[in-house]
Write a protein that binds this ligand. Structure first.
Ligand code: HEC
Length: 277
């Protein structure tokens, strides 16, 4: 909360300066300009302080991780968010909510969508076997559990890829939609642009470019771009099917076509010429 307030103060201050230096309308500025504070919620910290809110039991039909109907002990993630931040101060349409997970996985979704969908933070599976909080999850042949939290929704269509259902989640973070896009968008190259759109959808949750993006997989651009040490045709094939290169590949096969992979590689080549300095 403290960081939030300070950041909020600093951003308000800059917005105020900007407006008063540039415009005559400064009187109205306070009401019309939505400031975008850097905001994050440390869920584990809140739990240790008993500040997550009321426990409840929710039912999720067709749970996308367990592929069946599940019941969880959970807290209401929306109430939690509203307790910690004044959403009327947030530019909701231009904000992404990013879910940070223990292994560096960072899926994100539009905040607007998140607010509409009855999100709950599950902390225990009602059907868990004795001695565990969860029925086990099998991923890449490994047994996992969802500790400390698994984000579920009671009213989201589970087949809709825009909704993210991360487990092992530890933080919520707000990010401005335009920030990533401005930094990573190719401006003058059409094929690279197609690759960029695919990259935003399929890859950025796990991989960073110039330090922006997930950390579950390696950074792909800096200091050396993958396009500088992979043969191009093999890189294209790898992105389509990592398991054909690596035993027990940690990168999933995402179902992208060779053509799409080529577009992504064009984008990666473009970014190799635009490293952060
Ligand atoms: C769920 C997380 C995840 C997603 C999504 C993902 N990757 Fe990966 N990726 C990994 C991990 C983890 C590795 C490390 C290698 C391994 O063990 O498979 C990796 C490795 C790579 C490598 C090899 C890097 C090197 O130098 O060895 C490339 C290239 C790559 N990914 C590109 C992509 C692209 C392009 C996309 C999107 C189409 C993508 N990845 C989506 C997790 C992911």
């Amino acid at each position: 909360m403290k960081t939030l307030k300070i950041n909020f103060f600093i951003s308000s201050f800059f917005v105020f300066c900007f407006l008063s230096c540039n415009q005559k309308k400064e009187q109205k500025a306070e009401q019309t300009v939505n400031v975008q504070p850097e905001f994050f919620l440390d869920l584990v910290d809140l739990q240790s302080k008993n500040k997550l809110g009321k426990d409840t039991v929710v039912t999720v039909s067709n749970d996308p991780v367990y592929h069946k109907t599940k019941k969880y002990h959970a807290v209401n993630a929306l109430l939690l968010l509203k307790n910690e931040i004044d959403l009327s101060k947030v530019d909701i349409k231009n904000t992404l909510i990013v879910f940070e997970c223990i292994d560096g996985y960072k899926p994100e979704m539009p905040l607007e969508l998140f607010l509409k969908t009855n999100p709950f933070l599950a902390f225990k599976d009602v059907d868990a076997p004795k001695g565990s909080n969860w029925e086990k999850i099998i991923k890449n042949g490994n047994e996992m559990n969802a500790d400390p939290f698994y984000l579920v929704y009671t009213t989201a269509p589970t087949e809709d890829q825009e909704y993210k259902w991360p487990y092992n989640i530890i933080k919520f973070r707000f990010e401005s939609k335009s920030k990533n896009i401005e930094a990573l968008q190719p401006k003058d190259d059409e094929t690279a642009m197609k690759g960029f759109v695919l990259f935003q959808k399929q890859c950025i949750t796990c991989h960073a470019i110039n330090g922006i993006g997930g950390e579950m997989g390696p950074e792909l651009n800096y200091p050396k771009s993958v396009t500088e040490y992979w043969k191009e045709n093999e890189l294209v094939d790898y992105i389509v099917d990592p398991a054909s290169f690596r035993n027990k590949a940690k990168m999933p096969t995402l179902g992208i076509t060779k053509q799409e992979s080529q577009e992504i590689v064009s984008y990666l080549k473009y970014m190799a010429k635009n490293k952060k300095t």
